[in-house]
Ligand binder design. Structure first.
Ligand code: ADE
Length: 230
């Protein structure tokens, strides 16, 4: 079981992606809990203001510390958290290893902010970790939070119908996945590799491993080196 509290000013960006397919099934089974919190519920003014002009000038508005602090105070009264994560391109790159680590946790907060626009004191004092989903800039952290919930949620035992399928993923052994085929055995003259039709389990296992290795060498040789990509 894993519980996510996601703090956002755009909850509607997260309802769709996390309410279908495997993650929905995990939620229905009570194995994944996703609680969307609208940061505006922690404001006190009529306009439900969550941002303000930057001290010293500069482009764009800055997310204020007070609603975030209030929200986190409220959440901490209900449970203790393994990490309070701010989604940001400055953060630690999310890879399979980090997903595996998160999947062992019980309670996570994901704070979605706006790049360039969150008071630095939130980052210094209120969050415990920053996570990036890649070296590109999104308009906000919401889609990154959805990626994190999806990639971590599917690792929770019982969420995937065949538990071994998460273990045989690309990256779990630092190898990309081998190619897969289904019927028909021939289409347009393009044939499924003979060995997969042979019924010989040992040969098929070795073939898949060779293919995974070949694919990794060709496409992502960095995964095979000792240096971690992070
Ligand atoms: N917010 C904006 N860009 C992001 C990224 N690449 N990863 C995580 N959060 C972000």
């Amino acid at each position: 079981m894993i519980h996510f509290d996601i703090i956002t000013i755009h909850p509607e960006l997260l309802t769709g992606p996390l309410d279908h397919s495997i993650i929905k099934r995990g939620r229905d089974k009570g194995l994944i809990e996703i609680n969307l919190i609208n940061l505006r519920d922690y404001t006190t003014d009529k306009h439900r203001t969550v941002d303000d002009y930057a001290y010293g000038g500069g482009a764009g508005m800055v997310m204020m510390i007070e609603p975030v602090a209030k929200c986190l105070d409220d959440l901490r009264k209900q449970r203790s958290y393994d990490e309070i994560i701010y989604l940001s391109p400055d953060g630690k790159l999310l890879d399979q290893q980090l997903c595996n680590r998160f999947s062992l946790y019980k309670n996570l907060v994901l704070l979605c902010g706006h790049y360039k626009g969150i008071d630095e004191r939130i980052r210094e004092h209120l969050i415990t970790m920053e996570v990036s989903i890649g070296d590109y800039v999104l308009t906000g952290g919401e889609l990154a939070a959805a990626v994190l919930c999806d990639s971590v949620g599917r690792l929770i035992p019982g969420v995937m119908s065949d538990e071994t399928s998460a273990l045989s993923d690309s990256f779990q052994d630092n190898l990309l996945a081998p190619p897969v085929f289904t019927r028909p055995a021939e289409f347009n003259g393009w044939k499924v590799p003979e060995i997969l039709l042979s019924g010989n389990e040992k040969l098929i296992y070795d073939w898949k491993h060779d293919q995974a290795l070949k694919r990794t060498l060709e496409r992502r040789p960095g995964l095979l080196s000792d240096d971690p990509p992070n």
